[in-house]
Design a binder for this molecule. Structure first.
Ligand code: ZN
Length: 84
């Protein structure tokens, strides 16, 4: 297991969890599930190590050969129109 060290916000020991990682690629929102990431149990700060980051980009680049992906609809809110 990768050692994520201590949280840069609060100094708490980071724990490894499986998370949903959202990211924007060329204006499209993508979500990768079951990503191993370091999560601070105190403040929720999240760390993804560089190897995992590269693996995520690899999965996205080659997903057509590897696996079928499912698509979800995501609600989009406007901050500026919410305060009417
Ligand atoms: Zn923290």
């Amino acid at each position: 297991m990768y050692d994520y060290g201590e949280c840069h916000n609060c100094g708490t020991r980071i724990e490894e969890r499986r998370v949903k990682q959202d990211l924007w690629i060329k204006g499209k929102l993508l979500i990768v599930e079951d990503v191993p990431a370091g999560v601070c149990p105190q403040c929720g700060a999240r760390v993804v190590n560089a190897d995992v980051g590269h693996r995520i980009l690899d999965i996205i680049a080659h997903h057509k050969e590897q696996q079928k992906v499912r698509t979800i609809a995501v609600p989009v809110f406007s901050f500026s129109r919410a305060s009417a």
